[in-house]
Design a protein around this ligand. Structure first.
Ligand code: ZN
Length: 103
């Protein structure tokens, strides 16, 4: 079973990252750890959409992820996650490049 949102959230994240930080927002770090935190946070706050429709008829195809409403929902969740991680990263500020992505 696969949560279809994992790929969709990553797409939205990449899109938002390519736009740069919105005015007035904290600069988002963007290191692998922060990226992972953002994706995890967003996924935890979104209703999962599993392929296969095993529970209560939750049969959602990838088409659902193309809907404007779904995209907007993902955008909000990812932006909120980025804001939280930017304001409270799990690593000391400026200490991101050397550690790399061990994981
Ligand atoms: Zn970082």
């Amino acid at each position: 079973m696969k949560n279809l949102l994992e790929g969709a959230v990553k797409d939205v994240y990449d899109e938002l990252r390519s736009r740069g930080s919105p005015p007035g927002e904290a600069t988002f770090c963007g290191c692998p750890q922060c990226e992972e935190d953002v994706l995890a946070f967003a996924l935890n706050h979104l209703r999962p959409r599993y392929a296969g429709g095993t529970r209560e008829g939750v049969a959602v195809t990838s088409v659902d992820l193309q809907r404007d409403q779904t995209r907007a929902e993902l955008m909000v969740a990812v932006l909120d996650a980025m804001r939280r991680v930017a304001n409270n990263p799990r690593h000391p500020a400026g200490d991101t490049k050397r550690r790399g992505a061990a994981g």
